[in-house]
Write a protein that binds this ligand. Structure first.
Ligand code: DAH
Length: 360
């Protein structure tokens, strides 16, 4: 039968050239679909003589089969190629090192604050807080610093603005954490044992002063608390904080309006090649102010000074951090320089415990 060889050659070539499913389907429809060329030729069988049909019939059937199987083979080959391509492009190198995870670090101030809280928690102290914008009463008056008192000038206070015609004394950015003593006793009464860490503000700026810095206040009030208890508590704290067994503290008579008697506390230390060692040597470094709470302060907080007494202390957290971790310049603490933070920062899991230091 004429043209069968030609049909076969043409369709097999088209199938071989088809690059995707749609093209193959188009070839299939054109060849063996209902109105496809091969199908039409099969319909012509009826018009043939029996002789002709005998040879043409099987040839056409064979052609149809051949085309169908060529299509099936081509489809399978295309699917294989697609899979190969996916396997080639969608691979994962499990040996490749993981991308570094950029992690923040805990600021030395936060770390040291947590350390201080942990140590005092172990001594039975709770944490108290107060506002950073304070009024005149809590920041000064209640702490026995009346308006004309020279200590007011010594503080380099930041005063807040008052509306025109409002003659009340201006609010201040608290200059120390001592107002928390008053707020705590007013609200919760006595006896009490608290520390109050937080931000304080003074208009001062050099290598060891920044306008915002951190203090921690301590307050212990009961019926029979004495200076001896203060001494023991501070020694115990320094031992745990600086992680040395032999701390030696010197209580130097001083003056604060809110304590009587008052003492500034120095710690024995040495400077070895610029490296500070606590607990040995011939130098003394001042680390805090303290004393027995002034009766007027207790009164201002609604506590009867004939019945209750106790001690208070205040220390600079930033300074303690500089001493413990050998950080030379206070200003760098608040520059937010990532290189500094990475160098001096702590890992998030570096959880402070009082057992974390020296073994005792
Ligand atoms: N408030 C003082 C300051 O900022 C520190 C201080 C000294 C706090 C003696 C006290 C204390 O509680 O008893 O310099």
């Amino acid at each position: 039968m004429d043209g069968i060889q030609e049909l076969k050659a043409r369709y097999l070539a088209e199938i071989a050239a088809a690059g995707d499913e749609t093209t193959i389907e188009a070839v299939r429809v054109a060849a063996v679909g209902k109105k496809g060329e091969v199908s039409l030729k099969m319909r012509e069988l009826g018009k043939m003589t029996p002789e002709e049909r005998k040879t043409a019939g099987p040839m056409l059937n064979a052609l149809k089969d051949e085309i169908n199987s060529a299509i099936a083979a081509r489809k399978a080959a295309l699917a294989d190629a697609a899979l190969e391509e996916r396997l080639r492009s969608e691979w994962l190198d499990v040996t490749q090192p993981a991308r570094p995870v950029v992690q923040g670090s805990v600021h030395p101030i936060s770390q040291v604050t947590e350390e201080i809280i942990a140590i005092f928690a172990d001594l039975g102290y709770a944490v108290a807080e107060g506002p950073q914008i304070e009024n005149d009463f809590y920041n000064f008056d209640a702490l026995n610093i009346p308006p004309e008192h020279p200590a007011r000038q010594e503080f380099d206070t930041f005063y807040m603005h008052r509306a025109e015609g409002d003659n009340r004394p201006p609010n201040v950015l608290r200059t120390h954490t001592s107002p928390v003593q008053i707020r705590h006793m007013e609200k919760h009464g006595v006896p009490c044992r608290i520390i109050a860490p937080g931000r304080v503000y003074r208009s001062d700026y050099d290598q060891t002063h920044t306008p915002m810095f951190h203090q921690v206040e301590g307050l212990a009030i009961d019926k029979d608390i004495s200076m001896a208890n203060l001494k023991w508590t501070l020694e115990e704290f320094c031992r745990a904080f600086f992680e040395v067994d032999n701390v030696e503290l010197k209580f130097r008579a001083s003056h604060f309006p809110f304590t009587e008697p008052s003492a500034e506390v120095d710690i024995r230390c040495s400077w070895d090649n610029g490296q500070l060692k606590i607990g040995e040597g011939d130098d003394w470094m001042e680390i805090l102010g303290s004393g027995m709470v002034h009766p007027k302060v207790l009164e201002a907080a609604g506590v009867d000074p004939k019945e209750y007494q106790g001690f208070a202390f205040g220390m600079g957290i930033d300074r303690l951090a500089m001493l413990k971790y050998g950080i030379p310049d206070l200003r760098a603490f608040f520059d937010s320089d990532l290189r500094w933070l990475r160098h001096y920062g702590f890992a998030a899991l570096d959880v402070p415990t009082i057992h974390g230091g020296i073994s005792r």
